[in-house]
Design a protein around this ligand. Sequence first.
Ligand code: FEO
Length: 397
Amino acid sequence: MYKLKTIADNVFYVGVNDRQKALFENMWPLPYGVSYNSYLIVDEKTVLIDTVDICYSDIFLKKIEDALQGRSLDYLIVDHMEPDHAGSIRLLRQRYPDMQIVGNNKTFGMLAGYHGINTGLYEVKEGDSLDTGHHKLTFYMAPMVHWPEVMVTYDETDKILFSADAFGTFGTLDGNVIDAEMNTEHYWEEMIRYYSNIVGKYGSPVQRALQKLSGLDIQTICSTHGPVWREQKGKAIQIYDQLSRYEGEEGVSLIYGSMYGNTEQMAEVIASSLSDHGIKNIVMHNVSKSNASYILKDVFKYKGVIVGSPTYSNQLFPEVEAVLNKIELREIKNRYFGYFGSFTWAGAAVKRLAAFNEKMNWEVIGEPVEQKQGLLSEKYDECRALGKAMAEKLKQQ
Ligand code: FEO
């Protein structure tokens, strides 16, 4: 019944779109939805690569059944055990009891823990291959891209890399799955957001994986989320490379909290000064309105970060603190940092922003500005100076 999209001869897309979930990992907004990608190779042996979220197992199993045309499933390769991909393993095993599950020793620990499955396992190690007839699949370990058990599968026959979460992006696949046959414009920002929200902490492991895979002749990248990259695979690789090296573009994420608008006025002055000194990419995030998902995206994207906060019960404004915790958790490196704050009777925000940066170890640019109550001319000039210093530093890059 299903007319499946073909990636190569006898390699089919059998993944699904999730247009219903509001929050990925119950945290990250999905304005364009998300896809859970799975691929089926119908060779002398039949091989499925990853599964989908349990919520979509019904349609997923029907697609597989259609593609198999009465044959059984010989192997399931589990590149990643996170439930958005591993959620349907137990059902698959019930449907295809002789199916061998291919994974590494870390995969199998999680398989037992999540699904109680301990039998029918086919363990692979770095560089091992599986011959399925026409295809030869080779496995490379990619620990911490995004979990410790992650591995990728390379089809030497058709030069396809099944890359698990790597090169993934938010966004459903609307009508097609291959980049050349779709308008991919909105995926690039969503790729940065996906990377920063989900994989962002693991820059070094991503770099190690990119190095390891750089010797392979990769013609097609089949990630577990988003389009199949073929024509634009170079751009996808470049984005992951740049983000995992913490390289930022010329621009500033100006992140602030404000209760009555006084701290916001400081942010406006700094932004205006940045612009007057040649910076075009200025993204202002009022933390009470901007979702942290988008703030993280911009902190990964731009080299400059300026944070402002009112003093709240001798602490940072709690909404600012919540965002800083998410930034700190991702151990984002090599940013230029400016900061400012305000108070009414006793200042604390500025010194707490300084303490935040002791953990991040970013290069402090300009003088921090601390304002008592409303914005007066002396502090106005200091805000201008902070914006100018950041702009000049960014222009020196
Ligand atoms: Fe899409 Fe780490 O799972």
